[in-house]
Ligand binder design. Structure first.
Ligand SMILES: Nc1ncnc2c1ncn2[C@@H]1O[C@H](COP(=O)(O)OP(=O)(O)OP(=O)(O)O)[C@@H](O)[C@H]1O
Length: 501
């Protein structure tokens, strides 16, 4: 590793009186892959935004190559050699990989886009990083792991010396993540300094050189990743307690089938046979983009399948036609794209938490604001949602805390009481994406409690270890078909990978 490339010195930042970063200092060398970890709301994204010019620090300074930076915009930071690849896929599906890589920087000739030069530039980058993807294919035809690499190449097209990767593996399966790490090794070899944000602590230990831990806006640790540092050490530093990784006790499945689907077709998926029982947590394992999201959308009334086949859903023989029908039938959904589709960013935490259960919070036609407040307070405490108060706008929360609100919205409907949830189905599409280890444990506990009360939970996850830990049975999607299922206790991550490839 070479000389110090980036130095963050005593940076502090507050929003509206809430201190989010306190006196944070860290250092990054060329060729170093530095992991930035911390619980949801610890201040990781805010720190990144200060480094990449999106926020100005209240106090402190950023140095690159020992030079104090005075940049005020993202463009200034790019000019100084800083680039960011954001967590959510920013590629445009109808453009090719090459067009995405050069998006916003297209070379022109006689006032028109010079397609040949554009292709040449993208290819030069592609060759420099020895990437094994088709840059002439439309991004919509690439897998999520390949799209992530296109996103990173797009950031690299600005020729940065410091590259920030914000949760790049959050939606990738293990195989896709491995490919991404091989790519990160190339960045290291080219002496690029990488800041890597992740909630997957094992990959931090396996692939990063050093780690910085933030807790409540303070830096509590910066050090090398070596054999003496364990996952448990990092968890302790992040949340001040340890989090067990044991399996949840299997729920009291009473065997009564509440949902059975045969021969359904949706997107690129054929559902040969799928069943879910009362009191059961059923997992669906598949590579991202295998059709599991679309299948859950059909069950939630948000999409019509191309072919319905035969259906048994409680006492009906059809799937819900609308989301409203589904909710009336007792089917609640936490969709994958929840931040855009299932939340009201401009409304408060309390309003979002109440929005799925207004009828239950009403008396004589009026919403009881006392009941809404009490219910919201219960949920905020049960899921440890970090917010300045119930009145804070959801768009001001950290990404992980927004996820928690979207999950909790549907929990506010049945409530956290011990009432039976028989004939209620919860559809959770990758529910713990972006959520920290402590909150994950709370989610698993809540999922177990929903099943114990007789509810049926159907869940997908990019993390197969998570499915093994929380499910009773797991269906696997292989060759575009969902049919085979296995008891979770008999599964390993490797076995699931083989069955879904
Ligand atoms: N624009 C804003 N206005 C008010 N508060 C904000 C704003 N942006 C961030 N915050 C607050 O700053 C704190 C830190 O948020 P940040 O997004 O940096 O956390 P994070 O560590 O990236 O979390 P996550 O793992 O959930 O993504 C949160 O409590 C959040 O509510």
């Amino acid at each position: 590793m070479s000389e110090e490339l980036l130095r963050v010195e005593a940076v502090s930042k507050a929003f509206g009186g809430v201190q989010v970063l306190r006196d944070v200092s860290l250092s990054l060398k060329g060729g170093e892959v530095l992991a930035l970890v911390g619980a949801n709301g610890a201040g990781k994204s805010t720190l990144i935004k200060v480094i990449c010019g999106a926020h100005a620090a209240d106090e402190g300074a950023i140095y690159i190559d020992g030079q104090k930076q005075s940049y005020r915009t993202v463009r200034d930071a790019v000019a100084a050699g800083v680039a960011v690849a954001h967590q959510h896929n920013m590629t445009i599906s109808r453009l090719t990989g090459a067009q995405n890589i050069e998006l916003g920087r297209e070379p022109t000739r006689l006032g028109l886009i010079d397609k040949r030069e554009l292709r040449r530039r993208a290819e030069a980058l592609w060759r420099a990083f020895d990437v094994n993807i088709d840059i002439d294919a439309e991004c919509g035809d690439l897998g999520p792991g390949e799209q992530k690499i296109v996103d990173i190449l797009k950031a690299l097209a600005t020729n940065p010396r410091i590259l920030i990767l914000d949760e790049p593996t959050a939606t990738l399966t293990l195989g896709e993540s491995k490919r991404l790490f091989a790519f990160i090794d190339q960045l290291r070899a080219k002496n690029i300094g990488v800041i890597f944000i992740s909630h997957h602590l094992q990959e931090v230990l396996d692939h990063c050189d050093s780690v910085v831990v933030l807790k409540d806006g303070r830096l509590v640790h910066q050090g090398l990743v070596d054999e003496t540092l364990t996952r448990e050490d990092i968890v302790q530093m992040m949340i001040g307690r340890s989090v067990a990784r044991e399996k949840r006790a299997s729920s009291a499945v009473d065997g009564e089938t509440v949902l059975a689907v045969q021969n359904l077709k949706v997107a690129n998926l054929h559902v040969g046979r799928f069943e879910a029982n009362r009191g059961e947590v059923v997992g669906i394992a598949g590579l991202i983009g295998s059709g599991q999201t679309e299948f859950l959308q059909c069950l939630a009334g948000a999409r019509r399948p191309a072919q319905t086949g035969s259906v048994m859903l409680f006492d009906k023989t059809a799937l819900p036609r609308t989301v409203g029908d589904a909710v009336v039938s007792g089917i609640y959904s936490v969709p994958a794209d929840r931040i855009n589709t299932a939340m009201f960013g401009a409304l408060t935490v309390e309003e979002n938490l109440s929005s799925a259960s207004l009828a239950g919070l009403s008396s004589k036609g009026f919403i009881s604001s006392r009941m809404a407040r009490t219910r919201a307070a219960e949920l905020i405490s049960a899921l440890a949602i970090k917010c300045a108060g119930q009145g804070q706008k959801v768009q001001e929360l950290s990404g992980g805390n927004q996820q928690k609100v979207s999950f909790a919205r549907w929990l506010s409907r049945p409530g956290l009481s011990e009432a039976s949830l028989k004939n209620q189905i919860f559809l959770l599409d990758n529910p713990t994406e972006g959520v920290d280890v402590g909150a994950k444990a709370e989610f698993y506990d809540l999922i177990g409690r929903l099943a114990k009360r007789g509810g049926t939970v159907i869940v997908t996850s990019a993390e197969f270890t998570e499915l093994i830990a929380i499910c009773d049975r797991i269906y696997c999607i292989s060759d575009g078909t969902l049919r085979d299922h296995f008891p979770a206790v008999e599964m390993t991550e490797e076995a699931l990978l083989l069955k879904t490839n």
